[in-house]
Design a protein around this ligand. Structure first.
Ligand SMILES: Cc1cc2nc3c(=O)[nH]c(=O)nc-3n(C[C@H](O)[C@H](O)[C@H](O)COP(=O)(O)OP(=O)(O)OC[C@H]3O[C@@H](n4cnc5c(N)ncnc54)[C@H](O)[C@@H]3O)c2cc1C
Length: 292
């Protein structure tokens, strides 16, 4: 084992990643850690840097498919309370990276702060949402982000704001190692109204997602104003099933894996859909889900 002196209580070896991902399957992490404080996180990052160990961050795993048998890296999961605090000052809400998006939205609604309602129903953490600029067709988290606190690969804490922060469709400029927290500039509104908007959006979002949640991933990004779903339908892939993997009947851009299905089943179907859409429509779909 590498040297994690002083951090033995938070580092595990060969940790199965299946419980952490939305497909509930996949390989193991060579090293896995759930730091309990920012100091422990910084020490961990420095120890990994000194020993040439790659560090990867895991949020809720709703946008990650673990295809490798062994992910040769230190997987860091910010599940401790210290990484999920949410505070409010005037019209600004600051949420730590490990906080769930749903907690951020309910805090904003309770405080009568409007803006983030369109994110209702999107799974994941605040950091995962910032990294992937999560959103809908009309809105995304980036539009409301005022500042982001990060931990760099050199172990330094820095704040990105203004010109240093760029968001595009399902992308952000946040390429630092760890997203520690985001601050969102919102608008004052009656809490009852914000709650009503959040609930309405939640219902809308759920109608375009498969029911259940676990065993599902969202496969591809939309392409130049055309939804991935409509391209998949045009390619005649509705109803396709390969091994234990299939496409959701009503939300074609979601891959579902039956209980006991392997990650290979998912990868084979994902590649088949991509190749068929390209052959039938000429569009090379770009994966939304990140493959480890
Ligand atoms: C059923 C379903 C519905 C979905 N609907 C939508 C939708 O409507 N709109 C949408 O945009 N997305 C959607 N997604 C995709 C996904 O939910 C979002 O991308 C989400 O924001 C990912 O958050 P997460 O915490 O699960 O991140 P993860 O999947 O764990 O990670 C995503 C990326 O963020 C990085 N990351 C995580 N935490 C940190 C951190 N602290 N610091 C630095 N990097 C970090 C990871 O390394 C990875 O690169 C959906 C997914 C599913 C399964």
């Amino acid at each position: 084992m590498a040297d994690f002196s002083g951090l033995e209580h938070i580092v595990r070896e060969n940790e199965p990643l299946s419980p952490y991902g939305w497909l509930r399957t996949g390989g193991v992490a060579r090293y896995f850690s759930e730091p309990t404080t920012e100091e422990e996180l910084v020490t961990l990052v420095m120890l990994c840097k000194a020993q040439g160990i790659t560090v990867k961050l895991l949020g809720s795993g709703s946008n990650i498919l673990v295809a490798s048998e062994i992910v040769d890296a230190m997987i860091v999961h910010l599940s401790a309370a210290a990484f999920s605090e949410i505070t409010v000052t005037d019209n600004y809400v600051t949420a730590k990276g490990g906080a769930k998006l749903v907690q951020l939205l309910s805090t904003a609604a309770r405080e009568g702060l409007s803006g983030l309602e369109s994110l209702a129903g999107i799974p994941g953490t605040v950091a995962g949402a910032l990294k992937t600029n999560a959103g809908t067709h009309n809105d995304d988290i980036g539009q409301w982000t005022q500042a982001v606190k990060v931990l760099t690969r050199e172990g330094e804490v820095a704040v990105r704001e203004g010109d240093e922060l760029r968001f595009a469709y399902r992308e952000s400029s946040l390429n630092e190692l760890v997203i520690l927290e985001g601050t969102f500039a919102l608008k004052s509104m009656d809490p009852v109204e914000v709650t009503k908007r959040t609930q309405t959006q939640w219902i809308l979002t759920k109608t375009r997602q498969p029911r259940g949640g676990a065993g599902t991933i969202c496969m591809f990004r939309d392409h130049g104003g055309v939804t991935a779903e409509s391209l998949i339908e045009s390619a005649g892939l509705k109803g396709i099933e390969m091994g234990a993997a299939s496409l959701n009947d009503s939300c074609l851009n979601y891959l579902e894996l039956k209980e006991g299905g392997s990650v290979d089943n998912a990868v084979v179907l994902l590649k088949h859909v991509q190749a068929t859409v390209e052959a039938q429509t000429g569009v090379a779909l770009i994966r939304q889900v990140e493959v480890w």
